[in-house]
Write a protein that binds this ligand. Structure first.
Ligand code: TMP
Length: 215
């Protein structure tokens, strides 16, 4: 049985979602919630190994179907091993990326059949879907600039894809959010980290309160 609250952050590479996920975790911890901050791909030792396989550039091409399945495999492991038990224990789970990243990157970005990507991922997560998903939206140019300055250069094989790919990913997140009430888009271009953090809290508060009976 699910008791806790599951919040995910989504957005393009360099949009600032990891910073926001961390700030939210600190804020909720200071409010005495038990918080688990985690990320995808990864989140458990085995899933982090899968992350290395996906993101480390190699001479061998990572084929789209392999990529889809590796993200889904990492996700299935993460859900069973970490997310489900934490929710059952009444914790707030904050995850930096989840199922919507596969739809946006592998579906919209790579142009793979959305229905197929969705079905594989729904099988991977079972009934575990977020209560709230915050999409941090900034222009692709701004996001990539930040991603480059963060790492010194664009290094992993996903970030090194072309500008059009990242435009499709951004549009993908916006399209997904249109049809999905659990997804809230925060317009972040030109805003400070603190400003975005307070907008995040405004979105999170009602969701946490409506789940309160479970804590
Ligand atoms: P990160 O930099 O936010 O940790 O994410 C690593 C990369 O993995 C990022 O470029 C987005 C990509 N990704 C996908 O393409 N599909 C997915 O399902 C997930 C979780 C991440």
């Amino acid at each position: 049985m699910r008791n806790g609250c599951f919040i995910t952050f989504e957005g393009s590479d360099g949009c600032g979602k990891s910073t926001q996920a961390k700030l939210l975790a600190e804020y909720l911890t200071s409010m005495d919630y038990e918080v688990v901050l985690t990320r995808e791909p990864g989140g458990t030792p085995l899933a982090e190994n899968i992350r290395q396989v996906i993101l480390t550039p190699t001479a061998e091409t990572l084929h789209p179907m392999t990529e889809i399945l590796l993200y889904a495999a990492s996700r299935a492991q993460h859900v069973e091993e970490l997310i489900k038990p934490a929710l059952a224990a009444g914790k707030v789970v904050i995850c930096d990326r989840f199922i919507d990243s596969s739809l946006a990157y592998q579906g919209y970005g790579l142009g793979r059949d959305l229905q197929m990507v969705s079905e594989i991922n729904l099988a991977a997560v079972g009934a575990v879907l977020p209560d709230l998903t915050i999409v941090i939206d900034i222009t692709v140019e701004e996001a990539l600039e930040r991603a480059i300055s963060r790492s010194g250069q664009i290094q992993d094989r996903i970030e090194s894809r072309d500008l059009q790919f990242h435009q499709r990913v951004r549009q993908g997140f916006l399209e997904l959010a249109k049809d999905n009430p659990r997804m809230k888009v925060l317009e972040a271009s030109g805003k400070s980290i603190e400003q975005i953090h307070s907008e995040v809290i405004n979105q999170v508060q009602p969701v946490i309160s409506s789940n309160k009976a479970n804590f």
